[in-house]
Design a protein around this ligand. Structure first.
Ligand code: SF4
Length: 295
């Protein structure tokens, strides 16, 4: 799985579920500091094929120096450039063509609901759902028209307000033409045992649609039978652990729970019965760094 170095264009602008918390004030980072980050990321790249850079943090099209930032990424030799965008801007005027001409080949957009009536209240805007799907379609259409190979992925932030809609959201994203879906536990207090069946159903929906679903923020012991979907199988992820985790054969690979998860969630963690066998399978994938924080 490709790894991207994420470079923030600003802070607190990323939309959160409006029913979980209110959005913070947005700050836009100075382009000189961003370009410095680009040079540092490219110069120290050691993550396999790359360097691959993803621009995130705020809606990229709101950064006034986006064109210069993308040019700097191309200049340092970035092999893949991704925009983490709500995608609505890509449906307007020549935005998709300009983005592709500037070197953007990867797009990741957030989807919180399977329909406008489910997505818009959580994303905080009327027309957010329709705008996103219009932008995604336009980005794909322009790329196809110019013979440019692109990749579109959907990020589905998981919280109590969209848990039961997860299979539907995966279905909607798949029909929109995405080739990869990331399910990310956004609300750290989410009870992972309660959430697990819905996440598993979402993974199954992805398989039906031939779209891979990767999950972040769930440990192996809460993913009984669908461990292969956990992001930590493919790349190191860090999260919160329990004291028992230090005795678990999966400790070195397991990403634990999202940082901020309370003790009541970590207290559920127990080495799964199949831990030894699973650890032997994961072991073939990569050498583990030290990850996780034991409570
Ligand atoms: S016991 Fe800890 S290390 Fe083992 S799978 Fe569960 S969370 Fe991961």
């Amino acid at each position: 799985m490709l790894r991207f170095e994420e470079i923030a264009l600003g802070e607190y602008g990323s939309p959160r579920c409006r029913r979980c918390r209110s959005a913070g004030a947005e700050t836009i980072r100075d382009d000189a500091a961003i370009i410095e980050d680009i040079h540092r990321a490219a110069g120290s790249w050691s993550g396999g094929p790359g360097p691959n850079l993803a621009f995130c943090g705020i809606e990229p099209f709101r950064h006034p120096q986006l064109a210069g930032i993308l040019a700097a990424a191309v200049e340092v030799g970035a092999k893949r450039i991704r925009l983490d965008s709500d995608a609505t801007a890509l449906g307007a005027l020549d935005a998709s063509r300009l983005a592709i001409d500037a070197g953007v080949r990867h797009l990741q957009f957030d989807l919180r609901g399977s329909t406008a009536s489910l997505h818009d209240p959580l994303a905080g805007g009327a027309e957010a759902f329709d705008g996103a799907l219009r932008g995604v379609a336009e980005f794909g259409r322009v790329a196809e028209g110019s013979g440019t190979a692109i990749q579109i992925s959907a990020r589905i932030p998981v919280c109590p307000h969209n848990l039961q809609d997860l299979p539907g959201i995966v279905g909607t994203a798949s029909k929109a033409g995405v080739s990869l879906i990331r399910l990310v536990i956004e609300e750290p207090k989410l009870n992972l045992r309660t959430a697990a069946p819905w996440i598993e159903a979402a993974c199954d929906t992805g398989i039906v649609h031939a779209t891979w679903v990767g999950v972040e923020g769930v440990p192996f012991c809460a993913a009984d039978g669908w461990e292969l979907h956990l992001a930590s199988v493919y790349r190191p992820t860090a999260g919160e652990k329990a004291e028992l985790c230090s005795a678990c054969p999966l400790d070195a690979w397991c990403g634990g729970a999202t940082f901020g998860a309370g003790r009541s969630i970590a207290a559920l963690f127990r080495p799964p019965p199949e831990a030894q066998r699973l650890a032997a399978c994961v072991n073939r994938g990569f050498s583990p760094p030290v990850v996780g924080a034991h409570g």
